[in-house]
Design a protein around this ligand. Sequence first.
Ligand SMILES: *Cc1c(COP(=O)(O)O)cnc(C)c1O
Length: 381
Amino acid sequence: MPAGCDIPFNRSSLEGRELEYIFQTITIGQIAGDQTFSKKCHQFLEDTLGAKRALVTTSCTHALEMAALLLNVQPGDEVIVPSFTFVSTPNAFVMRGAKPVFCDIRPDTLNMDESKLEALITTRTKAIVPVHYAGVACEMEAILDIAAKHGVPVVEDNAHGLFGKYKGRWLGTFGCMATQSFHETKNITCGEGGALLINDEQFIERAEIIREKGTNRSRFFRGQVDKYSWVDVGSSYVMSDVLAAFLYGQLEVWPSIQAHRRAIWDTYKASLSDWATRTGVRLPVVPSHCEQAYHMFYLLLPSLSERTALIAHLKERGIHAVFHYLPLHLSDYASRWGGRPGDCPVTEDVSDRLLRLPFYSRSRYEDQARVVQAVESFTAL
Ligand SMILES: *Cc1c(COP(=O)(O)O)cnc(C)c1O
């Protein structure tokens, strides 16, 4: 947080029994992974969302890396991702030698534009990775139809979308796999962490092996083999039970976390609607068939200079507002694949104009009122 700001962009909080559970892992001697609290997290995600298997991981990035390994992504393969996302969405596949193919976003939800998807599919396309931006669902029916027509698997990067729904169904249950993030900036957190949700059973056994350094240790723990050994590639993607304890302390009270976040989102929306209409600022769009996950509240300013000015205006009032994402197709690293300005025009435009307001579950009413007042007092529009 910049010096002088007393309202941060994000603030972590204790939401339930996190500390008590962490203490338990130590007193019962279970601080490595896949013990009592990891299993509780797995069970919770499977029971609540209906995923066939859930595995907590060291991060969402690592869960995406697991998905790339499970899909046997090889050098020369292509993976379709939005350009407007966090770098891990493509990077997990690029690490296996894949070329990222960047899809532009819809101007309303800022999600992968399904109308531009089919033209990007080639015989080398190995996966489509939509991101439910801000926890508002992508048009999953259209995306799944196109993917099925071409026999390409879909992996949902659901880092923003835990507990969001599309047409009544949980996000994270549409792709053959989905990934969650429990990084401190996400709705439910343990500092650093993630999960792989597996909806297609064929991936379960190998996912357990890849996550356990390429060994069949999970089967050994279940008594299915009498020793465990090296059976495949893999890495160390298992979350410590100390973190799983923190995570479970949050997961089990998810309705209260989400209710707080909903109240914050609804307050921003109700308080800023008139101002936004007057000033030509666009507020988030949530289609009626989507139940959003209340991950963030953003403003789309008319231009880059106005965004820069509003961030400075808020900072002068002690409020830390941020922006993201820089278009990935125009990044230094992606220049090797020949990305050019104009390839993803909506991404390029939105990236300059989007501003995220402070958003965390234990935000005090007075603090949020101060943010709203500070935004409304920005008269340079
Ligand atoms: C946060 C985030 C990630 C990475 O999550 P980590 O748990 O930090 O690895 C990936 N994709 C998106 C869209 C994110 O917002």
